[in-house]
Design a protein around this ligand. Structure first.
Ligand SMILES: C[S@@+](CC[C@H](N)C(=O)[O-])C[C@H]1O[C@@H](n2cnc3c(N)ncnc32)[C@H](O)[C@@H]1O
Length: 296
């Protein structure tokens, strides 16, 4: 851990011409603070000083790739105009992308219930349904929503049902669009979707069934930045992302998401996230980490 200007002495090993050698980069507390400020500004993610080893290990690869000798040089590069590509690489390096199909399964049970009782009858009557996975990472969350839709409405692609899947990390979005996952992850989490055909793709990975892929659109979106016109969503999943934001940023995000919920719309958040009800009147806990919007 870095404190009071003490330098990091991390010694990641680089491979070079068949000989491994030790390589380390000068990393001061001031460098950590500069990077934390850039990350906060770009993403809303609040990096505590206890995360300095994490920052060092995630970014030393970038320094090596760029041929830089110190974090100070990297910080200088980041603040130059025209370095938006490097700032995107910084975001990709420092975001935590852990996810899984049907993670926190109870949310998919609520989605299924809402589909059976409200949303399927609505689309059968010619109405529309919109769902949003707000921090979709490599796509498993959005595809799990799509697979849940198909479990209730096998012919969902004939109706006006769409799932918007967004993330700040454009590298993750590219992975998500491919829809290719290891057999182990599909076998472990998608047992109930056996009736759908998962095609074998490259590297012996399995590709999400075409019907599920066609329900989802992946787009870049920064939850703390400007949003395009989005309309409302019957159900929003905003899970395991606000945990990285400070409290005022979280509260502003919850308020903003409520602007995109219709009356009785649902907002599901991550297992370690909470929305203090006094902060958002109208948002009521109605299930495990799931809130219903009743503004009136
Ligand atoms: C731990 S993953 C959560 C994935 C999924 N929602 C789940 O619960 O399994 C967190 C995701 O939030 C994204 N993220 C972080 N800051 C963001 C921001 N400001 N706007 C949009 N996405 C962000 C990261 O890129 C990462 O993919």
């Amino acid at each position: 851990m870095i404190d009071g200007g003490v330098e990091h002495t991390g010694t990641p090993t680089a491979y070079n011409g068949g000989h491994s050698h030790e390589q380390s980069f000068r990393f001061t507390h001031a460098d950590f603070l500069a990077i934390a400020a850039i990350v906060r500004n770009e993403t809303g993610i609040s990096l505590k000083p206890t995360r300095s080893s994490f920052v060092y290990s995630r970014l030393s690869r970038r320094l090596r790739t760029l041929g830089l000798e110190s974090f100070a040089a990297y910080c200088e590069l980041l603040i130059q105009d025209g370095q938006s590509a490097e700032r995107r690489a910084l975001v990709s390096a420092l975001t935590t992308n852990v996810t899984a199909f049907f993670r926190e399964r109870h949310h998919f049970a609520y989605l299924r219930q809402r589909l059976i009782h409200t949303l399927a009858p609505r689309v059968h009557a010619g109405g529309r349904v919109r769902l949003w996975s707000t921090a979709c990472s490599s796509g498993e969350e959005a595809y799990s929503m799509a697979l849940t839709v198909l479990s209730v409405l096998p012919d969902a692609t004939r109706y006006d049902i769409r799932i918007l899947a967004t993330d700040i990390d454009v590298e993750m979005l590219e992975t998500a669009r491919l829809g290719l996952y290891t057999r182990a992850s599909v076998r472990e989490h998608c047992r109930d979707t056996a009736s759908l055909h998962w095609e074998t793709g490259t590297d012996d990975r399995l590709q999400v069934p075409e019907a599920a892929r066609s329900l989802v659109e992946f787009l870049p979106l920064n939850l703390i930045g400007a949003w395009p016109p989005l309309g409302t969503f019957d159900i929003i999943f905003c899970r395991n992302v606000a945990i990285y934001f400070d409290f005022p940023t979280q509260t502003a995000l919850w308020r903003r998401l409520c602007d995109h919920l219709p009356e009785r719309g649902l907002l599901s958040i991550g297992h370690s996230e909470r929305i203090p009800s006094e902060n958002i009147p109208g948002l009521h806990l109605c299930g495990i980490t799931t809130y219903q919007w009743h503004p009136s």
